[in-house]
Write a protein that binds this ligand. Structure first.
Ligand code: 5GP
Ligand code: ZN
Length: 114
């Protein structure tokens, strides 16, 4: 997607503080962190929202969670715990329309979320 900021980050055309990448997914620190550790995990493939995920994309969603698990361990979050969030569309709080998983940790999370 030409005008997608996360496609550009995945391609290396826009700088980001990357913490992980492989053939399927890229992870980088959020520009406006909501917790001491706030990392976004994205697929290299442009998928706009969770609504647009096809059955054949479910493998890459699994890869995103696999990467989140590895990053959480690297960041020292695994034992204390952390939160993963995928926002969908306006009411879900989605602002960037390239699907992404938020990995948040380093503080106590609250429930219900805002
Ligand atoms: P959403 O609200 O769509 O679930 O989350 C989008 C996230 O992307 C926000 O937390 C926002 O801070 C982050 N973000 C937006 N633009 C950029 C960017 O150019 N670089 C980085 N690293 N994060 C971004
Ligand atoms: Zn994209």
């Amino acid at each position: 997607m030409d005008n997608c900021i996360f496609c550009k980050i995945a391609a290396g055309d826009i700088p980001a503080d990357k913490v992980y990448e492989d053939g399927d997914v890229v992870a980088f620190r959020d520009l406006n962190p909501q917790a001491p550790t706030h990392i976004l995990v994205i697929p290299r493939k442009h998928i706009a929202t969770l609504n647009d995920l096809r059955v054949e994309d479910e493998v890459v969603l699994g890869r995103m969670y696999g990467a989140a698990r590895e990053i959480a361990a690297q960041e020292g979050l695994a034992d204390a715990g952390y939160r993963t969030v995928v926002n969908c569309n306006e009411a879900g709080g989605q602002a960037v329309f390239h699907i992404h998983l938020h990995l948040l940790g380093g503080r106590m999370m609250h429930w219900p979320p805002g």
